[in-house]
Design a protein around this ligand. Structure first.
Ligand code: DHB
Length: 393
């Protein structure tokens, strides 16, 4: 069997790419080691940039993003117990949408069934073959144990932060850049009413907290914790107390509580692999870059990658590889802006366990430089809502 493009990884990056290539008239196969249900149950971020919503809202995907998603026109930055609204719409004329990543996956996977696309879940040992030849491909073992080779014109690694594809690029042909953070996020899902109309990003002496949402009766919240925290050692009461302390203030903002049905500790780091292509292998999404979660750029970056990659692959398959030659530098230009934004938001809002009084006071100065200035607020708003695409020639 042979296709135009073989994709390893059926998360949002891989599946969205497969859909874009289908529209270009290209044939694909997409494989993933996880099961469809397992990917659907993976809780990730919930904020989509305008450009991500537009991709998802294409009629041939049948997504519920516009009917079930919620437009958010701003966020609250909260520090010293006081909230400061950043009004995206007024500042930069843009909004973001709250629509959880598992719903994004659900929509893309359902549309793949609807269009009878070749997506194979629960495969094992998937890896690229002969990527420096004219006839590359992938090899994998089906869930029934049979071994398969699919030949393709190009192979895409959309296989997440522990990418196997990335490691297929010879070591001397790629550079890895990364940084780590001395904290993690404790994430919960709870059955409760929303505590505020919009998301609250809070800095407190006890550390960061994020009050997010999922729906009228399910809420998503996070608080900064030690990376070695055992989520099961925390009772619901402990968690609600900690979250409440981090948002306490003279305005008596009070969280609406309820039973917690999901607890996870998310470790995070910043990572970039440069370049994002080697010969006939191209990386997209977390396989090439990961950001800390503050600001919710991960999924949006993955979708931005495939927005650039799909037309580039389509024209390369038709014999013109000029766009594909530019893919890595075009994608990395946005990736580094998002790295900077995620790093900036993380540093500004978190409390380093070893932080000096100088560092804490400077961070407060930094937050004041944002909220006291319309330019500071607009800088945040522009980045949070997403940068426009670089026009390709
Ligand atoms: C969510 C996660 C984020 O990292 C963020 O910045 C905003 C929202 C969320 O899961 O709802």
């Amino acid at each position: 069997r042979s296709v135009d493009v073989a994709i390893i990884g059926a998360g949002p990056a891989g599946l969205m790419l497969a859909h874009l290539l289908r529209r270009e008239g290209l044939s694909t196969v997409t494989v993933d080691s996880r099961g469809e249900e397992e990917i659907h149950r993976t809780h990730r971020a919930g904020i989509l940039e305008h450009a991500s919503v537009e991709m998802l809202a294409h009629e041939d995907l049948g997504s519920r993003v516009l009917s079930e998603g919620h437009r958010h026109d701003g966020i609250d930055l909260r520090f010293d117990g006081e909230s400061h609204r950043v009004d995206f719409r007024e500042l930069v004329g843009e909004s973001v949408w709250l629509y959880p990543q598992n719903e994004v996956f659900h929509d893309l996977a359902s549309a793949a069934h609807h269009h009878t696309m070749d997506v194979r879940y629960e495969v094992s040992e998937a890896h690229p073959l002969d990527i420096d030849s004219e006839n590359p491909g992938i090899r994998f073992v089906e869930s029934d144990g049979s071994s398969r080779v699919v030949r393709a014109r190009y192979v895409v690694g959309a296989d997440g932060s522990r990418s196997v594809c990335r490691n297929a690029i010879p070591e001397h042909r790629r550079t890895h850049s990364s940084t780590t953070y001395p904290f993690a996020w404790f994430g919960i899902l709870a059955t409760a009413a929303p505590s505020a109309p919009e998301l609250i990003y809070a800095r407190s002496p006890r550390g960061f907290a994020l009050i997010s949402q999922r729906s009228a009766d399910v809420q998503r919240m996070y608080f900064q914790c030690d990376p070695d925290t055992d989520p099961d050692a925390w009772s619901d009461e402990d968690i609600w107390n900690e979250l409440q302390k981090r948002i306490d203030g003279p305005d008596h903002l009070e969280l609406k509580t309820g039973p917690i049905f999901e607890k996870t500790v998310l470790k995070f780091r910043s990572f970039v692999c440069d370049p994002m292509r080697y010969e006939r292998l191209v990386l997209a999404g977390d396989a090439a870059h990961t950001v800390p979660p503050t600001g919710a750029k991960g999924l949006n970056l993955a979708l931005a990658d495939v927005r650039v990659l799909a037309p580039a692959l389509a024209s390369a398959v038709r014999g013109n590889s000029a766009l594909l030659d530019e893919y890595s530098s075009t994608a990395l230009s946005r990736v580094w802006k998002a790295q900077n934004f995620s790093y900036w938001m993380t540093g500004m809002l978190h409390q380093d366990p070893e932080e000096s009084t100088f560092a804490s006071a400077r961070h407060r100065g930094e937050l004041r430089s944002v909220v006291d200035s319309v330019h500071g607020q607009a800088f945040l708003a522009e980045q949070y809502t997403g940068w426009p695409d670089i026009p390709t020639t």
